[in-house]
Design a protein around this ligand. Structure first.
Ligand code: SF4
Length: 133
């Protein structure tokens, strides 16, 4: 469970590190939902945070697995078209942003996932909702 101020701190770091590199970012976003762009980060931020907090790895794959279990498996869009979750290249940035905040708060180890830690899943999106468990 996260307080509003904790979520705000993660959001701020994510906007700086992730949204600034997002090719789907609408003008004047984020927040993006009100601008017509659904985004998994906005829709499922607490679940993403919980999933990332359960992993400590130099590779992105364990984060992906945990996110599929924690986020995708309870998503009403699972198995449907148009997954709104971030493109693969943004996932590494998302993990780095979350771990930077954790580090700042003294919660966790130093950020570990490097830019080469990315491994893609089937349809080229890191969060593909159709991925089997
Ligand atoms: S679509 Fe998601 S990742 Fe992209 S700018 Fe909007 S909130 Fe950030």
């Amino acid at each position: 469970m996260f307080t509003e101020s904790e979520l705000a701190e993660y959001r701020e770091e994510i906007q700086e590190r992730v949204c600034s590199r997002c090719i789907e970012r609408p003008h004047f976003g984020p927040p993006c939902a009100q601008l017509g762009k659904e985004c998994g980060i906005e829709m499922h931020l607490p679940q993403f945070l919980a999933a990332i907090h359960e992993v400590e790895s130099d590779s992105i794959e364990p984060y992906l697995d945990r996110i599929h279990r924690r986020v995708c498996n309870s998503c009403p869009r699972l198995g449907g078209e148009g997954c709104p979750c971030p493109l693969d290249y943004l996932l590494v940035l998302l993990v780095q942003a979350v771990e930077t905040v954790d580090q700042r708060k003294g919660m966790k180890r130093t950020a570990r996932v490097g830019p080469s830690g990315l491994e893609l899943c089937g349809n080229g999106r890191a969060m593909c909702g159709n991925r089997p468990n």
